[in-house]
Design a protein around this ligand. Structure first.
Ligand SMILES: Cc1cc2nc3c(=O)[nH]c(=O)nc-3n(C[C@H](O)[C@H](O)[C@H](O)COP(=O)(O)OP(=O)(O)OC[C@H]3O[C@@H](n4cnc5c(N)ncnc54)[C@H](O)[C@@H]3O)c2cc1C
Length: 372
């Protein structure tokens, strides 16, 4: 029996919880199938948008100074029509305040920051095939047939989590209501100076500067269902959008098409096994909450495992602390996804009226975050 916590997965959630546990003096090992620093879902050199509560959580994790050296603040959000008309804008710096200015950073930079100085033992072998809660811990099976018993197991193994089967048999993945897949890409900055999305009947095209030279781009459908998986879909859907969009379409440097899968799980823990991050609640990136929720989960769980109370009850206490906040994000995601599918003749006149309120409703309650 190994008394340490085994963290399965070394993405944002796994690195964050390992860091938080180390800081609180709890022994931890990591099993990452891709090896150290492999980067988690969709690392691919692309970027990630971090709203203010992600900045707050990363600062609480102790990497705030490093974070301020990465990427660029988003500054403001502009929601525009397919013709370029400004429907509404949000001053994000004013909304979140100085200590929590949203930023867009390269994923590999964020993962390197989370891994910097993190001195944890990597388990070898590292691909976990099954986890089974047992009295006083959990039994971990590896792909090569080896087994080990740990005092606690954290499933931070993403959307297709294998640890999830140890916790519930009633959770699978489902497609996002907004779009079953999306495109992500980088491109030279065509002159965009803040988070800007253009939406039409067939899709939404988002650009966020990561520095003065490059933008991160994201494009999806808006009415659910599949979208084209060849770049021609981008041309056909957005080829007549305003000039910054057309310039990006001509100059993309890295282009990925991937499904947007969500996880809605009725429970996140069983015995001494707990799911965090995407393994527990992957949600379409409508409000860009993936990293924020993963790091918040990590801080809360590490606090509970370090507070001296029995590890047998840590899972239930974790769910009690986290369920309402995650449900709020999931509900806000579904509401926005349905609204985005309204016909343009209705959506465009409605947006200036309800848009600022929808932004406030999604984010206001997320501005405060209390550690256990
Ligand atoms: C298109 C798209 C855009 C997004 N944009 C944003 C955004 O702008 N902002 C934001 O905050 N979020 C965004 N997200 C969500 C965000 O990427 C995720 O929420 C976040 O990466 C979750 O991290 P995680 O560590 O929980 O999971 P992952 O990043 O999936 O990490 C899981 C890790 O576990 C490892 N692993 C898996 N199975 C095993 C196993 N059996 N054994 C050992 N290791 C294993 C994997 O190799 C991986 O390293 C986006 C998601 C998508 C799909």
């Amino acid at each position: 029996m190994d008394d340490s916590v085994l963290v399965v997965g070394g993405g944002i959630a796994g690195l964050a919880v390992s860091r938080a546990l180390r800081e609180r003096g709890v022994p931890v090992k990591v099993a990452e199938r891709g090896g150290a620093g492999s980067g988690g879902a969709g690392s691919g050199g692309l970027a990630i948008n971090l709203p203010g509560n992600a900045i707050t959580a990363l600062t609480a994790l102790g990497v705030g100074d490093g974070l301020r050296r990465l990427g660029r603040p988003t500054g403001r959000r502009e929601y525009r029509s397919a013709r370029g008309r400004l429907l509404f804008a949000v001053d994000e710096d004013a909304f979140w305040g100085d200590g929590a200015r949203p930023r867009c950073v390269r994923r590999e930079d964020l993962l390197a920051l989370l891994g910097d100085g993190l001195d944890v033992t990597l388990s070898a072998p590292a691909t976990v095939s099954r986890v089974r809660p047992v009295a006083g811990g959990a039994e971990v099976h590896y792909a090569g047939g080896e087994r080990a018993k740990h005092g606690f197991v954290v499933g931070a193994d993403g959307v297709r989590s294998v640890v999830r089967a140890a916790v519930t048999d009633r959770a699978g993945t489902r497609s996002s209501l907004l779009s079953a897949a999306s495109w992500r890409f980088m491109a030279p900055n065509p002159g965009v100076d803040c988070w800007t999305v253009w939406s039409g009947a067939g899709g939404a095209f988002l650009l966020i500067p990561v520095d003065d030279r490059e933008v991160y781009g994201y494009a999806s459908g808006v009415r659910g269902g599949p979208i084209g998986d060849t770049p021609e879909w981008l041309q056909t859907t957005f080829g007549d959008y305003p000039s910054p969009v057309r310039a990006v379409l001509e100059n993309m440097t890295s282009v990925y098409h991937s499904p947007i899968e969500e996880v809605r799980a009725p429970r996140w823990s069983s015995g001494r096994c707990v799911l965090i991050g995407d393994a527990a609640h992957a949600t379409a990136p409508v409000w860009a909450q993936g990293a924020a929720l993963a790091v918040e989960d990590a801080l809360v769980l590490a606090g509970l495992l370090a507070d001296g109370s029995p590890w047998d009850t840590a899972g239930a206490r974790f769910e009690q602390r986290r369920r309402d906040r995650v449900t709020h994000v999931q509900d806000a995601t579904d509401r926005f996804s349905r609204a985005a599918g309204l016909p343009i003749w209705l959506r465009n006149p409605l947006m200036p009226v309800i848009g600022p309120r929808v932004y406030r409703e999604a984010y206001s309650s997320l501005r405060s975050f209390e550690l256990p």
